[in-house]
Design a protein around this ligand. Structure first.
Ligand code: FES
Ligand SMILES: [Fe+2]
Length: 405
């Protein structure tokens, strides 16, 4: 078992009383309980998640207010764009050499936001009193300020504090603090699963409502995403996802901070071009089988859904102080136009989404009812949900999980 057995936790000097931690999710799916319902409704637990889990995570940048992906808005040298992350104003900029940089979108003078819309330029000029910053975020001057007039100007804190930023394909990753994982190592299994997929051909396709506030704690959305167990019920045959995939082939694979779900298509015509996914997804016994989709959860709050038509991204951002609300970011990139046009018929995108939304609304009611006990997990069938709950608990305790054995 990964992350050390419970004895190991005790052996490492976990704080006294950790065994009584009301949020503890044990390592064994057969004996673990879910997070308590209050973890989905309590503002104090959300504040704890933001201060621990989200402060130390790499987070996928949500779509911009205009529905575009951030990567498109900062594609050109010296382009910048404001992006809201967990309710905080950030600024992402591509420098003249092509590297991405990120800063707080907050002027160091008197706190006006620096950019209110995407733009381009060598320097950033604050619109309130004209403080200027260079491409590296250094404060390079302001009328009324000079070392003679204002001793010590500029202080180190007059420059913008760089934040961590990275990119893979069309995705931009940001971290508010020091992330607990190396970005490249974290993404390595995702990249490997899709070796051969021409990421550079993915074209963003905004089609409205890319960012909206929805009901339900962010974890309910992630849990629903990891819920394979509900497929024969919520997405039942005939006509549902349970029909479109070969359910007997459905797999959930757990990695360090990421989880992959995949299955073979019932009809090989609905599957991936074998050249676009790793050779390990071929079935030597039945070489005609094709992978229906690769569904990646990037812990904590993003899902990358790779289909033969392209990629859809889901980001579930908690809304500070509103544990029952989620800021949902949704973006699509198209690889194959004809398949994209058939996504609702062949990959059942709209139907599956609607079924998940309906199920989630019911779970949300139950979680908030004051009548729900902690749940249990069906070993094997619910190893993914168990993993998710445990990752949350480990992260709010200040630890991250190692790869499962
Ligand atoms: S707030 Fe930016 S220059 Fe004053
Ligand atoms: Fe579902």
């Amino acid at each position: 078992m990964h992350e050390g057995a419970e004895g190991g936790e005790a052996g490492r000097g976990v704080a006294p009383g950790a065994g009584d931690d009301p949020h503890r999710v044990g390592p064994d799916p057969a004996t673990a309980e879910t997070l308590p319902p209050a973890a989905f409704t309590d503002p104090a637990f959300l504040a704890r998640e933001l201060a621990t889990l989200f402060a130390r995570a790499w987070l996928v940048a949500p779509p911009l207010a205009d529905g575009r992906p951030l990567s498109d808005a900062v594609a050109a040298p010296e382009a910048h764009a404001p992006v809201d992350l967990l309710g905080r104003p950030l600024l992402v900029r591509r420098d003249a050499e092509g590297a991405l940089r990120a800063f707080p979108n907050v002027c160091t003078h008197a706190w006006h936001t620096l950019a209110q819309a995407p733009g381009r330029g060598r320097t950033l000029l604050c619109p309130q009193h004209g403080r200027a910053f260079d491409g590296a975020g250094r404060c390079v001057g302001q009328r009324g300020f000079s070392p003679e007039a204002v001793p010590g100007f500029p202080r180190p804190c007059d420059h913008l504090t760089p934040l961590r930023v990275g990119a893979w394909g069309p995705l931009v990753f940001l971290a508010l603090g020091a992330p607990g994982r190396d970005l490249d190592a974290w993404l390595a299994p995702v990249r490997a699963s899709l070796e051969g997929l021409p990421l550079e051909r993915l074209t963003a396709r905004p089609h409205g409502a890319e960012v909206r506030e929805v009901e339900g704690n962010w974890k309910l959305h992630a849990w629903n995403y990891m819920d394979t167990f509900h497929i024969p019920f919520i997405h039942r045959a005939p006509g549902g996802l349970a029909d479109a995939v070969d359910l007997t082939s459905y797999r959930t694979e757990l990695f360090d901070g990421a989880a992959l779900q995949w299955a073979y298509a019932r009809d090989p015509a609905d599957g991936f071009d074998p050249a676009h996914v790793h050779a390990r997804f071929r079935d030597p016994a039945r070489p005609g089988r094709r992978v229906f989709a690769l569904w990646w959860l990037l812990f904590p709050n993003a899902a990358l859904n790779f289909y033969p038509w392209g990629l859809s991204l889901n980001v579930w951002e908690p809304v500070p102080d509103r544990p029952d609300r989620t800021r949902f970011g949704w973006l699509h990139w198209v690889l194959d136009e004809a398949k994209w046009a058939a996504r609702d018929d062949r990959w059942l995108s709209a139907k599956t989404d609607a079924e998940d939304v309906a199920a989630l609304a019911q779970v949300r009611r139950g979680a908030a009812s004051g009548l729900a006990p902690r749940g249990r997990f069906a070993p094997g069938a619910e190893d993914g949900p168990h993993w998710l709950h445990r990752q949350v608990w480990l992260a709010v305790r200040g630890r991250t999980g190692a790869p499962p054995a």
